[in-house]
Design a binder for this molecule. Structure first.
Ligand SMILES: [Zn+2]
Length: 301
């Protein structure tokens, strides 16, 4: 384990303990979230060191990296994932300013591409795609199944600077140990007109507050940071980048509520999860920036 002594956003050394949560999927151990007294940022502290992190991703239930279709939750997850894949593609097509049939090649980098489904749909839409995935099994799957150009994390250092039009991190930034270094690296890799797309859970959403220590998107200790919209704006501002747009991920409130309900009560309750997910989305519509998970479109200053 390693302990952070400075806030990754404002560098303050003054923290309060915010919450203690159980890892429900892998280790079943307890972990803590600290909150910075100065800027309010919440992060897992202490956290597994870089060489320990891998062991916390080894669980059959941790479906983000697998294509298992067993069980109703997983089936629903895969159904929604297909829909969201198309929505994600529509977003990057709009941002890159190309039509699906356009011949002009745009460079896209997906960091933490998992089993490669998103990159595959982008490649078929005409983007020139590269992927980065630290998990060997997921990487192999993406190469074998979709014939994609996917490399391990160290490859990020070898990629050409200022070459990518679109860089995507779908639920990845909360897993990255060296947060500021990675943001700076992304900034160097994108071209001047490029956009970074970051999707992360929002710990100031209704479902986060409702489920509190049972909120599945805390996902300790795999999630090292617990962002609010303000935190995302701050950390990119600090690295001379600007959040241009915040977009909702409307299905996440239902999926997260389903898991949270199970962690809280020990049983699956689809109706309750549906209600909480719905309340979360409806209350988020008022502010437009408090959905369970959100997409941030970011550009260089
Ligand atoms: Zn701080």
């Amino acid at each position: 384990m390693e302990t952070l002594s400075h806030c990754p956003i404002c560098n303050s050394t003054d923290f309060d303990q915010f919450l203690t949560c159980t890892d429900y999927t892998v280790s079943h151990k307890e972990f803590s979230i600290d909150q910075c007294r100065s800027c309010g940022f919440r992060f897992t502290n202490p956290r597994p060191s870089a060489n320990e992190l891998g062991s916390y991703y080894k669980a059959e239930e941790y479906i983000s990296h697998s294509d298992s279709k067993k069980g109703l939750v997983n089936r629903l997850y895969h159904l929604v994932r297909r829909y969201t894949l198309i929505k994600k593609l529509q977003l990057i097509v709009r941002l890159a300013g190309v039509k699906l049939s356009a011949s002009k090649q745009k460079q896209l980098l997906d960091i933490g591409c998992g089993t490669g489904a998103f990159l595959d749909i982008c490649k078929r839409a005409g983007f020139t795609c590269k992927g980065i995935e630290p998990d060997g099994d997921a990487r192999e799957h993406s190469i074998k199944t979709y014939d994609l150009d996917v490399k391990d994390e160290p490859e990020l250092d070898n990629l050409p600077k200022a070459s990518f039009e679109i860089i995507t991190l779908w639920h990845v930034l909360e897993h990255v140990p060296l947060l500021n270094d990675r943001i700076l690296q992304i900034k160097q890799l994108m071209n001047q007109s490029g956009r970074v797309i970051v999707a992360v859970p929002n710990c100031s959403s209704f479902d986060a507050k409702h489920y509190n220590k049972y909120w599945a998107a805390y996902d300790l200790p795999r999630h090292l940071y617990h962002f609010t919209p303000k935190d995302i704006i701050s950390i990119f501002e600090k690295n001379e980048m600007k959040v241009e747009q915040i977009l909702p991920m409307r299905f996440d409130s239902f999926y997260v509520s389903m898991l949270s309900e199970k962690y809280k009560t020990g049983r699956t309750n689809y109706l309750k999860a549906l209600i909480i997910g719905l309340i979360s989305n409806v209350s988020a519509i008022k502010t437009g920036r408090e959905f369970s998970s959100q997409i941030y479109v970011i550009k260089k200053n």
